[in-house]
Write a protein that binds this ligand. Structure first.
Ligand SMILES: [Zn+2]
Ligand SMILES: [Zn+2]
Length: 449
């Protein structure tokens, strides 16, 4: 008999941004009721695993939390992440054939540097899981397909310079929706060009439009990239009843998507129609992942949505532009896009919508010919408590060459000597350690302890 599909629920009863906020515990309670009512939890093809927590070390492998991880995460965040890591262990332990982690708070808007909550997210559940899997199981190539209606900007940011993690996101046109990024031309940094793929969809896109991008963009690109593992950031705010966005997917559309994508692990992201969408979409995805019939799942208000001709035309244009870029990705003159300097930098303002402040950030990647290059970031933000942080951080990436590892160490020490920042961080993923320096303090965290 084939292995079951794993499910983990964690409604995070005591975590919310505010009592009436759309990101609240009911998002999962209705789903749980629906799955029980349909008798799905009793099927031999489904196995429920209990939620699990984790420690802060897992956060430090992926994020630079300012001033530290303890200040940015709550117990609920650790359970959301811990449940993802548990699902990964169950998958690699061959207990399940695939799994769906139904947790909150969500994570895909959380970037590499974390100053607070953005788009309901503090830390990035999928990214932390991906880096855990790479460290623990030696998996090299992973694809994250973000199907939330919002651009997975945090996930894109974390892997922007990482050629081994393919980040594909489809989402409602960023000109019409938060966070306002995720355009076709955002394709990743100079050492990871075309490992970021963005597919903006016009408002009113139906299951038909999503099917078009699955058939003509996502599946062909995955076939070329040949990932060892596929993760679905399974946001459900594309649903036609979602109060925050304007796409028109149905539960059956989500099920078909998962049937085709065959993610090894799906992780819940957004989705705010707590009664009319989430219970049905989650049920449909679960059934599809388990290879079971989902045709009986019908949400209230379901009808045959017709996509406008304009929307179809616009999606076709996007498909042809993206596939042109993809097919020619190896012939592109990167110096034309990124300049000829060995150090490529980008300057950004990253807005924290929940509390209304900005991070002014300059990021520099060394364009190494041996590896994906080490990263440096200078980031400045005044937190809501009035404290102004000006941090400097260095990342030594996976598979870093010895020369870059040495240059990264030197950059870290030199900046500390200059003493112009409040906090200094060195995230050494290959060396499995994290350094935090502030004032006269120097703390080292070992990932593998
Ligand atoms: Zn969303
Ligand atoms: Zn290098």
């Amino acid at each position: 008999m084939s292995l079951p599909t794993g499910l983990i629920f964690f409604p995070a009863f005591d975590w919310s941004i505010s009592p009436t906020h759309p990101e609240r515990q009911e998002r999962l309670l209705y789903t749980r009721d629906q799955l029980f009512e349909e008798g799905i939890m009793d099927l031999p093809q489904i196995r429920e695993l209990s939620a699990a927590t984790t420690n802060l070390k897992q956060i430090y492998r992926t994020h630079i939390c300012v001033p530290n991880a303890g200040e940015q995460v709550t117990d609920a965040h650790l359970v959301a992440v811990g449940s993802c890591l548990k699902m990964a262990d169950a998958f690699y332990g061959k207990e399940i054939k695939n799994g769906f982690v139904l947790v909150r708070p969500p994570g895909h808007h959380a970037m590499w540097v974390v100053h607070g909550n953005r788009g309901f997210c503090n830390i990035n559940n999928e990214a932390i899981m991906v880096n855990y899997i790479r460290s623990k199981y030696g998996v090299k190539k992973i694809a994250i397909v973000d199907t939330d209606v919002h651009h997975g900007d945090g996930t894109q940011d974390i892997f922007h310079h990482d050629p081994d993690v393919l980040c594909i996101s489809f989402h409602q046109d960023p000109q019409t929706l938060y966070p306002g990024t995720g355009f076709i031309h955002e394709l990743g940094g100079p050492t990871a060009f075309a490992s970021t793929i963005n597919i903006p969809l016009p408002p009113g896109t139906t299951d038909q439009g999503v099917q078009m991008v699955m058939d003509h963009v996502i599946m062909p690109i995955l076939e070329d990239f040949e990932p060892e593992l596929i993760i679905n950031s399974a946001g459900q705010d594309n649903h036609f009843t979602d109060p925050l966005a304007n796409l028109r997917m149905t539960a059956a559309g989500y099920a078909r998507l998962n049937e085709q994508l065959k993610p090894h692990i799906a992780v819940l992201e957004g989705g705010y129609a707590v009664e009319t969408a989430l219970p049905y979409v989650n049920t449909a995805i679960t059934l599809a992942m388990a290879g079971l019939d989902y045709s009986f799942v019908r949400e209230p208000g379901l009808e045959e949505f017709t996509q406008s001709e304009n929307a179809t035309r616009s999606i076709k244009r996007t498909i042809s532009q993206l596939m042109d870029l993809w097919k020619n990705r190896k012939k592109v003159d990167l110096d034309k896009i990124f300049g000829t300097d060995r150090f490529y930098s980008r300057q950004r303002n990253i807005y924290y919508d929940t509390e209304g402040f900005s991070d002014t950030q300059k990021e520099i990647v060394y364009r190494c010919s041996e590896c994906s290059g080490y990263l440096q970031v200078d980031s400045r933000a005044r937190h809501p408590n009035g404290v102004q942080y000006h941090i400097f951080a260095v990342k030594v990436p996976f598979h870093c060459c010895p020369r870059c590892a040495k240059m990264a160490q030197e950059a870290f020490s030199q900046e500390i000597d200059k003493n112009t920042h409040t906090h200094y961080y060195l995230q050494d993923i290959g060396g499995q350690e994290f350094h935090m320096v502030w004032g006269n303090n120097h703390q080292i965290i070992y990932f593998e302890e």
